[in-house]
Design a protein around this ligand. Structure first.
Ligand SMILES: Cc1ncc(COP(=O)(O)O)c(C=O)c1O
Length: 434
């Protein structure tokens, strides 16, 4: 097995980037602070299928998939051809393109909550639009939120990264814990008559308990509150119709993003016509690039391919293999007190606890250092795409075994300092505890 130890070009670029780019990256979760700085790449040159090549020529099986957008694979030939074809006709026009109608109709067909659709660009645009529409519809201001919903003021005030968000705005959102219907019920009673919407990620690192999402739906209804599913991650990733079709619970509004266009920047707010129609009656949802055609063409091709290639059967099967493989590795290596597998099987997560003199973040960094040096790019939750194969999963599990063997050394008392070559993981985004 190759062991990469040359990150010279990444290191050089990183030094330059630190001078001109805060966090040295446009997206916090792609920043060097999330990887074992010095023993990991910081810059990627190209991708193909499920693989990435860093600027030093090292290649990786990628389980980040650009933080979720890539559902088919990097440089998918069908999607790329659709984009190239559209490029020759024009990227943006002075009026709407017919692609908007075609794609909106397609989303209405496949997303249970979608009766009308508005295209925006980022997940944050989609969640913010949904929240504005909910406030407009109910005439109330308060939002109850669970999960991550993006960078806009209305949400990010709930996190520790709330500098610059006015207190008045921060006071209009409260967070509630996942999988705890009683807690949500209590909050809805406490703020009775003030809540516009409950917004939540339907699933992330924990499966919904049986009946939980149904109970949330019923609670929202009984309090006259709108239910918004933030499916920016789960849409087009756990099923074509998202978590709402997978779990059979339909929200009033849905924010979609990431996986819609296999990497092209496109997101959407979709939902009940009577609410969505308010975007035509004063609830402002409009962007110059909302109807940018390359992304629309990419989305149409992506959705078509996701259906034709039966991608979700493939990714669920791989996810199952990956999840079960990790569970059995952790158990076989006697590491259940240090490492655990969690999440929904199509997005399996491997997480760590403190061990010896190492914090949970240190253990993650050590594991990451070892698997990255053997050609696997990993951060915790793994996404799977059409291009991953059973062979990739089996190879990854063999790499994980070597990574866990280093974690076992920590458990045996070897100091972290002797094992970790780079800097430990230092996340930028910090959630407030609910
Ligand atoms: C669940 C969820 N909602 C919203 C967002 C915000 O999306 P974006 O970063 O595209 O604005 C994210 C981003 O990671 C997300 O994970």
């Amino acid at each position: 097995m190759n062991v990469y130890n040359n990150f010279a070009r990444s290191t050089e670029l990183l030094a330059r980037a630190k001078k001109v780019i805060p966090s040295a990256s446009q997206t916090y979760s792609k920043s060097y602070r999330y990887y074992c700085e010095g023993a990991a790449p910081a810059f990627i040159e190209r991708g193909e299928g499920c693989r990435l090549w860093d600027v030093d020529g090292n290649s990786y099986i990628d389980y980040l998939l650009a933080l979720g957008p890539v559902t088919l694979g990097y440089c998918d030939p069908v999607v790329d051809a659709a984009v190239e074809c559209q490029l020759r006709k024009g990227m943006v026009f002075s009026q709407s393109s017919p692609l908007e109608v075609e794609l909106a109709e397609k989303l209405v067909d496949i997303i249970p909550s979608a009766e009308m659709v508005r295209f925006v660009k980022n997940g944050s645009d989609a969640t913010s639009s949904a929240v504005r529409l909910a406030r407009a519809y109910t005439g109330r201001d308060l939002i109850l939120s669970c999960g991550y919903h993006g960078m806009q003021d209305w949400y990010i005030g709930t996190s520790e990264n709330n500098l610059g968000v006015p207190m008045a705005v921060q006071s209009l959102i409260k967070t509630f814990p996942y999988n705890d219907a009683a807690a949500l019920d209590a909050m809805l009673q406490q703020y009775s008559g003030q809540v516009a919407a409950v917004i939540m990620e339907p699933v992330r690192t924990e499966e919904p308990a049986p009946g939980y999402l149904e109970k949330v739906r019923a609670l929202a209804d009984s309090h006259g509150v709108l239910l918004i599913f933030d499916e920016v991650v789960t849409g087009f990733r756990i099923a074509l119709g998202g978590a709402q079709s997978h779990y059979g619970v339909t929200p009033d509004l849905t924010a979609l993003g990431k996986g819609l266009a296999n990497g092209m920047p496109l997101s959407a707010v979709v939902g009940r016509s009577d609410i969505m129609q308010l975007a035509d009656e004063g609830a402002f949802v409009s962007l110059t690039f909302g109807g940018e055609t390359l992304s629309l063409a990419a989305a149409l091709a992506t959705l078509d391919q996701l259906q034709k290639r039966d991608v979700f059967t493939h990714t669920w099967s791989l996810g199952n293999r990956f999840y079960e493989g990790m569970v059995s590795l952790v158990t076989r290596m006697g590491l259940n007190d240090v490492a655990y597998v969690a999440g929904t099987k199509i997005m399996p997560g491997l997480f760590f606890k403190p061990c010896g003199d190492a914090s949970a973040n240190d253990v993650l960094s050590l594991f990451q250092q070892e698997v990255i040096s053997r050609g696997v790019l990993f951060l915790g939750v793994s996404y799977l795409c059409a291009s991953h194969s059973e062979g990739d999963i089996d190879f990854t599990l063999s790499v994980f075994e070597e990574g866990l063997a280093k974690v076992a050394l920590l458990k045996q008392g070897v100091p972290l300092q002797k094992l970790l070559r780079g800097e430990s993981y230092r996340p930028v985004f910090k959630r407030n505890k609910t």
